[in-house]
Design a protein around this ligand. Structure first.
Ligand SMILES: [Zn+2]
Length: 366
């Protein structure tokens, strides 16, 4: 028996699974796999990331190296209104007033279909399939993943580029706060005070914001001060974030922020400290080129008849977390269009291509 991936996808999107409330969908997947003769288990990450469910993990024996596929099961909807998928002209769309959930249930459906197919023989690598929680919001469940087996190659299935596109980089993100200290006085005694807001203004005007030549970004998003209007603020903070494809690029942006802060404080008499909130952000993902994972991706794409391409991601992804933990990892696109919107859709043909590509990777990696 082989799975009708489109109808499995429709069943999956009818079940709400906002971040943190994935248990119903996870149980459905577990039961579905069981029905096909495959036993899966939950890891203990649910408690750590404040979700009703941990990551659901399935191991399938084959030969040779172990390939891990990861597909998150949460979606961005609140779960308040039900999703009604509609099949129209070879395409699946939402009833109109909700998202569809292509991100990432298309990947979930394709992965399950592929597993059912792969289960039939051993002509494939060893496989670990992870149905992960909380990708869209909060601390990612994948951060706490501890597979029982050594993983040789990890494929994150996500993203709306065409199937066959593999992403080798994703921006890392470090939130920051620049704390500025002057001297607080009554506004009518301003000559005795130091207005910390002035330094904040100088930093904003001098530090280049937005995109930099190496694809990194600096954003300042907020100014924090609790002074009343009759107070010269003695303390203020600037809030923002730096994004970059490498640690080096992120630290270069921070040295520029440091320089602008130093200059602003020299001009105004304030002092500053920069707080980097690394644990609230994500490390950059930059695929190591010597792992062989790209060769497998290329060969598998050719074998399954999809056009092989590479790309990069501007958001932070599960690959950011996994590569930090030392896994040889790459992101493979799931397809579909207009994620996170009511116009989200996917062609049935794309679902089938994705399934074939997963199967092909498992065969090529052997
Ligand atoms: Zn996603």
């Amino acid at each position: 028996m082989s799975v009708n991936t489109a109808s499995l996808f429709c069943n999956l999107v009818r079940m709400p699974s906002p971040s943190g409330k994935e248990l119903n969908v996870a149980k459905f997947i577990k039961a579905y796999l069981k029905k096909s003769g495959m036993d899966s288990y939950f890891d203990g990450s649910g408690k750590k990331v404040n979700s009703s469910s941990g990551n659901l993990i399935l191991e399938l024996n084959g030969t040779g190296p172990t390939v891990m596929f990861v597909s998150h099961i949460d979606t961005v909807e609140t779960g308040d209104s039900r999703i009604t998928p509609i099949i129209k002209g070879g395409k699946i769309i939402s009833g109109g007033d909700t998202i569809l959930g292509v991100d990432n249930k298309a990947a979930v459906a394709a992965l399950i279909s592929a597993l059912v197919e792969l289960k039939k023989d051993r002509n494939h690598s060893n496989i670990v399939a992870v149905f992960s929680v909380r990708e869209e919001n909060g601390v990612m469940g994948i951060k706490y993943l501890k597979p029982r087996r050594h993983i040789d190659y990890a494929f994150i299935i996500d993203g709306s580029m065409p199937v066959g596109t593999f992403m080798t980089k994703a921006l890392g993100q470090t939130p920051f706060e620049i704390e500025l200290n002057g001297k607080q006085v009554h506004s009518a005694w301003a000559e005795d005070g130091i207005n910390a807001m002035k330094a904040a203004g100088i930093i904003i005007s001098r530090k280049r914001l937005g995109r930099h030549h190496d694809g990194s970004y600096v954003n300042i998003s907020g100014v924090k001060s609790d002074a009343q209007i009759n107070i010269v603020p003695g303390r203020t903070s600037l809030l923002g974030e730096v994004r970059g494809f490498t640690d080096r690029s992120i630290s270069m942006r921070f040295s520029e922020i440091e320089k602008a802060s130093k200059e602003a404080c020299r001009l105004t008499g304030s002092t500053y400290s920069i707080i980097k909130k690394r644990s609230e952000g994500a490390p950059p993902f930059n695929m190591r080129s010597n792992t062989g994972i790209l060769d497998i991706a290329k060969k598998a794409a050719n074998n399954s008849g999809v056009e092989f391409k590479t790309g990069e991601v501007k958001g932070t992804t599960e690959a950011n977390m996994l590569s930090k933990s030392g896994y040889p990892v790459i992101i493979m696109s799931r397809g579909g269009s207009m994620p996170h919107s009511n116009s989200e859709s996917i062609r049935i043909e794309e679902l089938d291509k994705l399934k074939e590509l997963i199967i092909s990777i498992s065969r090529c990696a052997k």
